[in-house]
Write a protein that binds this ligand. Structure first.
Ligand SMILES: [Mg+2]
Length: 383
């Protein structure tokens, strides 16, 4: 399958554990989008782990500062915040376990159930507008009231970076066909279902405006990552021009970047991801900035069950969130990795685990069966 730019032939992920000297085990995940797991694994073990080993695990804010401050020469984007994310999540999991509280309660405890949305509608060879409409109607039949589809895999639009991506000829459409796909979905599900579109940074502001005017007519619930993340002015102009809210940007990392997105009013819906943006620690600050600007937070969630659990707890703690992204593609890393899978009920509502911390554990048998490389370990030198 593919989104606008990325051909997805397989899914890989990096999960980790932190063990304390009194035997607690915290779990986390670090995003590896765009690169091999070995790079992030090296940053974790060779750069970050030495700053955590031997420290007090009940101080995630302090340990986040130890990880980021000493690495400031690496900047606040890309691989570094992704690597820190997994360790930070594991530290918050440990704190919840020590406190005997589920993480969502420890972080403030706003709601114990979250509405899920169907994240789907990818491009595939042979899936035309009617096929896409059938797919989305299936999610509605299963209880979903919100569904997101991919847009932007358009060969005929200005400066589409697709030409430089993997498998650029896979399931291509032109802009006219891309708009027909969205119309077909709207007609199939009716006006009562919230339909979202996600361009994954493929369009210029002018192309996004043309598409966005059609989305306005169709009452699209949000338009995600319409332009490249660095085009804040273009995104802000779209947010003014269109009724349709602009959502993003999962490809932004770090608090300063989100501060600038929010200050520029480049987004109407703020989308960090606790496995990618730097962890739960900075995501709480991003959510507070969004709240101060009167904006909702709907995290990006598109990886393993660990990312699902961690983002779910984060959302459930926030007064200014309302929705959980729920990947509809077959993905055994989402369905088989935990001792207790997280699934929506018949109304597409997900109940947040009540066990201490994340309330879930890794299934080590599945991990061993899926592992592509033997796990690395780092240990504190004994005194
Ligand atoms: Mg997205």
């Amino acid at each position: 399958m593919a989104d606008s730019l990325h051909y997805i032939g397989s899914r890989t992920a990096l999960v980790l554990e932190i063990t304390t000297d009194d035997g607690l085990v915290g779990i986390g995940e670090s995003a590896i989008y765009g690169g091999p797991a070995s790079v992030v694994e090296t940053v974790i073990h060779d750069e970050l782990a030495p700053r955590l080993l031997g420290q007090d695990p009940t101080q995630p804010e302090r340990l986040w500062a130890r990880m980021t401050s000493a690495s400031h020469q690496h900047g606040d984007g890309g691989i570094l915040p992704a690597s820190i994310s997994g360790l930070d999540i594991a530290l918050w999991d440990l704190l919840g376990q020590r406190a005997g509280l589920p993480l969502w309660r420890l972080l403030g405890g706003y709601r114990n159930q979250v509405q899920a949305y169907a994240s789907a509608g990818f491009y595939m060879e042979g899936k035309d507008a009617a096929g896409l409409a059938d797919e989305v109607r299936g999610y509605v039949d299963r209880g979903y009231r919100h569904a997101k589809i991919k847009v932007g895999r358009t060969e005929d639009t200005f400066m589409n970076p697709l030409v430089d991506m993997e498998s650029p000829d896979f399931a291509l459409v032109d802009l006219g066909e891309d708009l027909r796909r969205v119309r077909a979905v709207r007609e199939a599900v009716g006006d009562d279902v919230h339909v979202m579109t996600d361009a994954n940074n493929a369009w210029t502001a002018s192309t996004a405006l043309r598409a966005g005017r059609e989305y306005d007519r169709l009452g699209i619930h949000w338009f995600e990552e319409p332009v490249p993340t660095e085009d804040r002015a273009g995104s802000a102009a779209l947010a003014v021009e269109l009724d349709c809210p602009i959502a993003g940007y999962e490809t932004q990392t770090g608090l300063p970047g989100f501060r600038d997105l929010i200050a520029a009013r480049a987004v109407d819906i703020v989308q960090p991801d606790v496995i990618w943006s730097g962890g739960i620690t900075p995501c709480r600050r991003i959510a507070a900035l969004a709240a101060a600007a009167g904006l909702p937070v709907v995290p990006h969630v598109f990886s393993t069950a660990v990312s699902l659990a961690a983002n779910l707890h984060f959302i459930a703690a926030l007064p200014n969130s309302y929705l959980l992204e729920f990947d509809q593609n077959p993905n055994s890393l989402r369905t088989e990795l935990l001792d207790r899978p997280i699934e929506p009920d018949a109304r597409a509502v997900v109940t947040v685990p009540e066990g201490p911390g994340l309330g879930v554990k890794l299934d080590h048998e599945t991990l061993r069966a899926r592992a592509t490389a033997p796990p690395r370990t780092s240990e504190a030198a004994s005194a």
